[in-house]
Design a protein around this ligand. Structure first.
Ligand code: DC
Length: 231
């Protein structure tokens, strides 16, 4: 059975995670948060005392984790997705600021990306449909996705959203530091040699700078339905 795949790419803080989750809920599709996989690899590398700049070593670790089926996305009873690393729930640990930076670093390496490619496709084809979000969903992982979105927003708005998310979680951060970190991640993710963040030619561009996320999700849903012709 071929799955319907909705690919959502875009920079950090554009609202991809929230939009993807709501879209998946409304369509009854599986949610694939690929950033969480890179984050889990960064966390595992840190625990193994590997250098995030050592792409070969981190790539070998990522291959081992995939071969051992040690990376898992599990749906909890309340519908939330949790990420497990060797059976341990690491959903909170992978959201730490340091791990955000580590994920951005390790994801620049071809061996790390290659190691996660098959796993992402496997999850993507595991149900009747999937909403996959990341940086290279429409360009590399699911080039034949049914519908592709590129969701973006101004740096100011993205930094503000990320700042609110972190302070809500009790993190002591300043807006200025958050802005700098988001900018740094944009730079890393967009300028790497392998699978850089970029809009697929056939992706629909949505700018959420002046639109709230409910509006974004409604817009996406309408476009998905139009693409399927009501099917
Ligand atoms: O979406 P996120 O912030 O959880 O992603 C964490 C990092 O992982 C991000 O800086 C870039 C990287 N990433 C990637 O390179 N490719 C993806 N498909 C998803 C995330």
């Amino acid at each position: 059975m071929s799955s319907k795949i909705i690919a959502i790419d875009g920079p950090a803080g554009a609202g991809k995670s929230t939009a993807a989750r709501r879209l998946a809920d409304r369509l009854g599709f599986v949610l694939l948060d690929t950033g969480a996989l890179y984050r889990a690899v960064a966390l595992a590398a840190r625990r193994a005392e590997l250098d995030w700049a050592d792409g070969d070593a981190v790539g070998a670790l990522a291959r081992e984790l995939v071969a051992d089926e040690a990376l898992a996305m599990v749906r909890s009873d309340d519908g939330a997705m949790r990420v497990e690393l060797r059976g341990e729930d690491v959903s909170a640990a992978i959201r730490e600021r340091e791990i955000s930076s580590g994920a951005s670093q390790v994801s620049a390496f071809g061996p790390v990306r290659d190691a996660l490619l098959g796993l992402q496709r496997q999850i993507g084809h595991s149900g009747p449909g999937v909403v996959a979000e990341g940086r290279d969903m429409g360009t590399v992982v699911f080039p034949d996705a049914t519908v592709k979105f590129f969701l973006t927003a101004s740096l100011e708005v993205r930094a503000q959203r990320r700042f609110e998310e972190l302070t809500e979680r009790g993190k002591a951060v300043t807006l200025e530091d958050t802005r700098r970190e988001v900018k740094q991640r944009d730079h890393n993710d967009s300028n790497r040699a392998v699978a850089p963040l970029k809009q697929a030619e056939d992706a629909i561009l949505i700018d959420s700078t002046d639109v709230d996320l409910d509006g974004v999700v409604d817009d996406m849903l309408a476009r998905v339905k139009a693409r399927w012709g009501g099917a």
